[in-house]
Design a protein around this ligand. Structure first.
Ligand SMILES: NC(=O)c1ccc[n+]([C@@H]2O[C@H](COP(=O)([O-])OP(=O)(O)OC[C@H]3O[C@@H](n4cnc5c(N)ncnc54)[C@H](OP(=O)(O)O)[C@@H]3O)[C@@H](O)[C@H]2O)c1
Length: 344
């Protein structure tokens, strides 16, 4: 973890085993490393069973007992003191089966499992600001349903998962909402640019224009994955039952700034234009030119987030690793990064 991040929660003590569901993913790897460094015994569960730190276990959150055998599940239940939900897919073009099976059924399985863990002291649920879909106006930690509609099944899946977690008042759950996470992978793994804001890169670095309202000069609510992991670690160490936290880069980089920085390693200044006709044309030809259609739905500014959510974070506002956006571009330019469709 970066020494640049402000960690004020020095008194927190690691007590026992943390089960990180989705521990092999981008956020799950960072979380596993942070928890391991803080002294927790980490068990990282995913279908692949790989782990950046601690012990990797193969399982499936959509199946009974997290897909574990009866004996494995019983042993884990007996030792687990914390659970973190980092599983999921950030695929904005996922259909209802993927989004709901994974985010909703997976959360139900997790809650059932958690209720049978006698030593459980806290559960951290990772949610997304996209659960607010097309909400308008100002939103904060208290709100979840504000009459929003959703651009895609991913947004609805994250909304539904958070609603299920809110209903589980018998469990000591802290929910943390993040915007798009960027930054080099703290475990050193290559970045995957198939989803989220980086998905537009192949298109931008080839010099094609992209339409964004006001040229993308609106907040991206992006943040550094290492900071997100640090914050999850805080909630693991000091569970805040029933609380919802929200975090994004307090420097509030705009969408335009993020894209400029991501494109920099290619020596390209992205052509971001406020021309709705370009947006309409791109929608028509998206499939043929390799532009993810789901991305085009994010050309308008999001809802506003009440800035009080940042000052409400216990232990201070985590600060991103300096230069994390430029470093993301550099990591995406690396030969082992997974950019959909090859280009250079
Ligand atoms: N990345 C972001 O920008 C961002 C922002 C806000 C919130 N989030 C939330 O954070 C979570 C993780 O995101 P991420 O970026 O780390 O995604 P990711 O890199 O795609 O990781 C997803 C993880 O979930 C695991 N997984 C998928 N299906 C599973 C299943 N059926 N059973 C068990 N594990 C399963 C994957 O491992 P296997 O494929 O090996 O099973 C992987 O470990 C998601 O819930 C996402 O909504 C992410």
């Amino acid at each position: 973890m970066s020494g640049d991040m402000r960690t004020e929660d020095k008194e927190a003590v690691a007590e026992g085993t943390v089960l990180v569901l989705g521990g092999s993913g981008y956020l799950g790897r960072a979380v596993s490393l942070a928890l391991d460094a803080a002294g927790w015994d980490v068990v990282a569960l995913s279908r692949s069973g790989t782990a950046a730190a601690g012990r990797g276990v193969r399982g499936d959150v959509t199946r009974h007992n997290l897909g574990l055998s009866g004996d494995e599940a019983a042993a884990l239940r007996g030792s687990v003191t914390r659970i973190v939900s980092c599983f999921g897919s950030v695929d904005w073009s996922a259909g209802p089966a993927t989004a709901l099976d994974l985010h909703a059924a997976g959360v139900r399985t997790m809650l059932r499992f958690a209720r049978d863990c006698p030593g459980l002291g806290g559960l951290v649920h990772v949610s997304s600001l996209l659960a607010f879909g097309r909400a308008e106006g100002v939103v904060g930690n208290r709100e979840l349903y504000v009459g929003q509609t959703f651009r895609n099944w991913y947004e609805y899946g994250k909304y539904h998962a958070e609603a299920l977690v809110r209903e589980a008042r018998d469990l000591p759950i802290t929910t943390i909402r993040f915007g798009p996470l960027l930054g080099p992978d703290p475990s050193g793994a290559p970045l995957n640019a198939a989803d989220g804001l980086p998905a537009v890169l192949p298109y931008l670095v080839q010099g094609y224009p992209v339409h964004l309202r006001d040229g993308g000069r609106f907040p991206s609510y992006a943040g550094d994955v290492a900071c997100a992991a640090e914050l999850v670690g805080r909630a693991v160490a000091r569970p805040a039952a029933g609380a919802t936290w929200t975090w994004y880069d307090p420097d509030l980089p705009t969408v335009s700034e993020v894209l400029h920085r991501l494109c920099r390693p290619w020596g390209v200044v992205p052509k971001i234009v406020d021309w709705p006709a370009v947006g309409r044309l791109q929608r028509l030809v998206a499939g043929r030119i390799g532009l993810p259609k789901a991305l085009l739905d994010y050309a308008e500014p999001w809802f506003q987030i009440d800035p009080a959510v940042l000052s409400a974070l216990p232990g201070g506002i985590p600060r991103c690793r300096p230069g994390y956006l430029d470093a993301t571009g550099a990591a995406l330019r690396a030969p082992d990064a997974d950019l959909q469709g090859s280009f250079v």
